[in-house]
Design a protein around this ligand. Structure first.
Ligand code: S3P
Length: 180
């Protein structure tokens, strides 16, 4: 039987890179964050790839890396970048090779968790006239979330991380994964 990985999807700040290693250690799986893998493979940060090569080039690299990781045999908890599930190819491979878990989170909490961070190129917004930086960020989060929600909801499991500690989310996830 094909290996069944655990694939964590969700918006930036939803907890994929925090919950992933906790879940992996409890399940005795390996953990891979595909953004980190892309940075290691290319020798560039995600922000540098966006800046120098553009988003399209980043998305091509993302598909290649995610497909490669999911095709490995060793059971792995894989944290995808927030936009990865927009790719039909990634959705297909993830569905075939893994149990897909959507970590949902309120936009207010996403905003709070990402505030002050400079490493998310898509959230790097300039406020329009009369808009505060907070409003500009909230509106960008809102627009992207709305656009992505239909694909996020294709996951096999959905768990909210809003207002929860990583330990609690991991405990709840382990219970649900055990039933699958
Ligand atoms: C992106 C999210 C980022 C990273 C890149 C693009 C997105 O990953 O892949 O900046 O499209 O939302 P995180 O979800 O880990 O922030």
């Amino acid at each position: 039987m094909a290996t069944r990985h655990i694939v964590l999807i969700g918006f930036s700040g939803s907890g994929k890179s925090t919950i992933g290693p906790l879940l992996a250690s409890r399940l005795k799986y390996r953990f891979i964050d595909t953004d980190q893998r892309i940075e290691t493979d290319t020798g560039l940060t995600i922000a540098e790839i966006f800046r120098h090569k553009g988003e399209q080039a980043f998305r091509r690299q993302e598909i290649q890396t995610v497909v490669d990781v999911l095709n490995r045999r060793r059971s792995t908890v894989v944290a995808l970048g927030g936009g990865a599930f927009e790719s039909r190819e990634i959705r297909k491979v993830a569905g075939e090779r893994g149990l897909v878990i959507y970590l949902s989170c309120s936009r207010r909490e996403i905003y709070r968790r990402l505030k002050g961070k400079q490493d998310r190129p898509l959230l790097d917004v300039t406020p329009s006239a009369g808009q505060t930086v907070r409003e500009a960020h909230m509106s960008r989060i809102e627009i992207l979330l709305k656009k992505r929600l239909a694909n996020y909801r294709l996951a096999d499991l959905v768990i909210s991380t809003t207002g929860k500690t990583p330990t609690l989310v991991t405990r709840q996830l382990l219970k649900q994964v055990g039933r699958r």
